[in-house]
Design a binder for this molecule. Structure first.
Ligand SMILES: Nc1nc(=O)c2c([nH]1)NC[C@@H]1CN(c3ccc(C(=O)N[C@@H](CCC(=O)O)C(=O)O)cc3)C=[N+]21
Length: 289
């Protein structure tokens, strides 16, 4: 029997419908959320992602603030837009689309953002909160993965989870999230220095492949019945290629395909972060009124 597909596209659509109601409540109270995006340069993939985020916003009733700079922009140009978005009361959350052009220091740009408006959960203060396990915006892709597993009833507590990739947006924060008491997974974080990747994958109940190496995870490496989530994004001949080989679906119990799996969930969790930030701001205002 082939694996159950973890349909991120359908799940994200259901989450957007839920968020639409929460945005209507906020808007009625004079707290319409607004998502800002800053796109630097003209990478077609980045442009697609940013446009998709704005059409998601339109669907749920979140206002859009779209800022763009040419690929020739300096770090000072980027920091100026960051300062503007920090000061704009209509912008309740925003993202700086990554990667930034060479020569612009990403960590300095992220550091300059108002952590309360960090819709990506990638500000150093918010990553610190994740480590400390105190409330704050969480990184969208890791939360999207946890939410996708939860909605399909894939057990995480007590499970052996193998994550491949130690990047700042997926692998490393996902390990932190899944090892919280609330999730209670046992996590192994694999990377390019891992001696025997196949041995680790073979023992896993849940595999999250976020390496960006097309076809890295093959059917022979996967324990029968395991959940395999493909988060790798590479482009091969202009098409998106994931980290998971096609035949894994014949061995696994659940598969999150790419595209159609974790990507749409990432975007839904971005909207959720914006709504949560607006709800927090509205609650604070009500307290001081
Ligand atoms: N500041 C920042 N925040 C990000 O969250 C961020 C970023 N920079 N830079 C790039 C990565 C990548 N990323 C994706 C989001 C959605 C899909 C997505 O929705 N993909 C669809 C369609 C893919 C297609 O067909 O092109 C799918 O998987 O079904 C994919 C990838 C967010 N990122």
């Amino acid at each position: 029997m082939p694996a159950t597909i973890l349909d991120g596209k359908a799940t994200a659509a259901a989450i957007r419908a839920e968020l639409t109601e929460r945005v209507a409540v906020l808007a009625a109270a004079g707290h319409r959320p607004g998502l800002g995006t800053l796109l630097v340069g003209d990478d077609p993939g980045s442009r697609w992602y940013v446009n998709a985020k704005h059409s998601d916003c339109a669907e749920v009733g979140i206002a859009s603030i779209q800022r763009e700079l040419p690929a020739t922009a300096t770090e000072a140009d980027v920091l100026a837009v960051v300062a503007e978005l920090n000061a704009d009361p209509g912008c309740t959350g925003y993202i700086v689309q990554l990667p930034l052009p060479a020569g612009i220091e990403e960590s300095r740009v992220l550091e300059a953002m108002d952590p309360a408006k960090d819709a990506d959960g990638l500000h150093p203060v918010n990553l610190g909160r994740l480590v400390l396990n105190v409330p704050g915006p969480l990184p969208c892709t890791p939360v999207g993965i946890v939410e996708l597993l939860r909605r399909y009833g894939v057990p995480v507590a007590g499970a052996e989870v193998v994550i491949i990739g130690r990047g700042i947006t997926v692998g490393r924060p996902l390990g932190l999230l899944l090892t919280r008491r609330t999730e209670n997974a046992t996590v192994t974080l694999c990377h390019t220095g891992t001696r025997d990747l196949a041995a680790h994958v073979r023992s896993a109940d849940v595999v999250v492949a976020a390496a960006g190496v097309p076809g890295l995870i093959t059917a022979g490496m996967v324990k029968p019945g395991a959940a395999v989530l493909d988060v790798g994004v590479s482009r091969v001949d202009g098409k998106i290629a994931g980290d998971v080989a096609k035949d894994v679906v014949d061995v696994a119990g659940h598969v999150a395909p790419n595209p159609g799996g974790v990507g749409p969930m990432t975007r839904a969790m971005l909207l959720q972060n914006v709504v949560l930030a607006a709800e927090r701001a509205a609650a604070l205002e009500a307290l001081s009124a």
